[in-house]
Design a protein around this ligand. Structure first.
Ligand code: SF4
Length: 278
C-alpha cells in the first residue's frame, strides 16, 4: 500500500498512464524526432533522468538539466497524476520513482516530502483518539461555552472530569497547556473534529484548560432531604440494618423492601385434589 491512503502505487501508475492526456505529456519523445523531448525539442528525451552511469555529470550541469526538465513538467497536462504516482510509496517503503524529475519535483524534494509525511503521521495522533464519547461531548460543549461548570453541564459530566478532558484534548491536539480556547477550537476545526458544530467566540483570552476550578463549599450546598428506608426486620441483623439506613428513597422508586417482599403463593391444586392424591 502507498501512503496515499486509498490507492496503491500500481493504481496511481495506471491512472497516470491511462490519463486521456498522457500521450501529450511533456517528456514524451517528439513525434518528428523521438530522441528530443516533445515539451522542449532542445532537450534530450531522457533529460528528466540524466545521463546513464557511464556519463558522469557535474553538480552544476545536473542542476541546470533538472531545472529545464522541471520547466517542461510545469506545462505538462498530466503533472498532478504523475506526481501522485512518483511520490507514492511501494510496499517495501520506497518511493515509487526514487530517481529523476517526476511531476515537477526532483528526487531529493520527493524524498524530503516523504520523510515529512512520515514524521507528521507519527507525531500527530489520529482523529480516532478524539472519538471517545466524553471527548466528543466536551469538545462540542467547549465550542458553545467556556465557563467550567457550563461546559461540564453541557457535556453531561462533573466539572472535574470535564476539566480533565479539556486538558487531554489540548494535549492530543499537540498544543501548549497555555493555549487559548479559540486557538484550540481552530486547530480542532482544521482537523475536521468540529464539523457541523457552531462556534461561539470569546474575546480570545479564555484558556482552553481552565485554572483549577473551585468546587462549591459543601456547607453552602442546600441539604438534600434524606429519607431512611425502614429496615424490614429491625434487630434481625445489626450489620444489614446499619447499612440500610444510609440508603435514600427516591419518590416513585420501588423500595428495596417491596422488591424483597415474598409474593403471595397460589396453590396449583385445590386442597381436595391434593388429599385425594395422597
Ligand atoms: S510531469 Fe514531468 S515527468 Fe511527469 S509526465 Fe509530465 S513532463 Fe513527464
Amino acid at each position: 500500500m502507498t501512503e496515499t491512503a486509498e490507492k496503491t502505487s500500481e493504481q496511481l501508475l495506471r491512472e497516470w498512464t491511462e490519463h486521456p492526456h498522457f500521450k501529450y505529456r511533456g517528456c514524451a519523445g517528439d513525434p518528428d524526432n523521438p530522441q528530443r523531448m516533445a515539451g522542449n525539442p532542445d532537450l534530450h528525451v531522457g533529460a528528466h533522468h540524466g545521463p546513464d552511469a557511464f556519463a558522469p555529470e557535474g553538480q552544476r550541469e545536473r542542476r541546470a538539466r533538472e531545472e529545464r526538465a522541471i520547466e517542461v513538467c510545469l506545462s505538462c497536462p498530466v503533472m498532478v497524476a504523475c506526481d501522485l504516482y512518483a511520490s507514492s510509496v511501494r510496499p517495501d517503503g520506497k518511493l515509487a520513482e526514487p530517481e529523476g524529475v517526476w511531476g515537477g519535483r526532483r528526487a531529493l524534494e520527493r524524498h524530503k516530502a516523504l520523510i515529512r509525511r512520515r514524521v507528521a503521521s507519527v507525531a500527530a495522533p489520529t482523529n480516532r483518539a478524539f472519538e471517545t464519547a466524553q471527548k466528543r461531548a466536551v469538545l462540542t460543549a467547549l465550542a458553545s461555552c467556556w465557563e467550567p461548570f457550563e461546559v461540564a453541564a453541557a457535556a453531561g459530566m462533573d466539572v472535574r472530569t470535564a476539566n480533565w478532558q479539556r486538558s487531554s484534548l489540548v494535549r492530543l491536539l499537540g498544543l501548549p497547556k497555555t493555549v487559548s480556547r479559540m486557538r484550540a477550537l481552530a486547530v480542532a476545526r482544521e482537523r475536521g473534529l468540529l464539523e457541523g458544530v457552531d462556534l461561539v467566540a470569546d474575546d480570545g483570552t479564555v484558556p482552553a484548560i481552565p485554572p483549577p476550578t473551585r468546587l462549591p463549599d459543601p456547607a453552602l450546598i442546600p441539604p438534600v432531604p434524606v429519607v431512611p428506608v425502614q429496615a424490614a426486620a429491625e434487630g434481625s441483623c445489626r450489620g444489614v440494618r446499619s447499612r440500610r439506613k444510609r440508603v435514600t428513597a427516591v419518590t416513585g422508586q420501588l423500595s428495596f423492601d417491596d422488591a424483597l417482599a415474598p409474593a403471595p403463593v397460589t396453590p396449583l391444586f385445590s386442597s381436595r385434589r391434593m388429599e385425594a392424591a395422597a
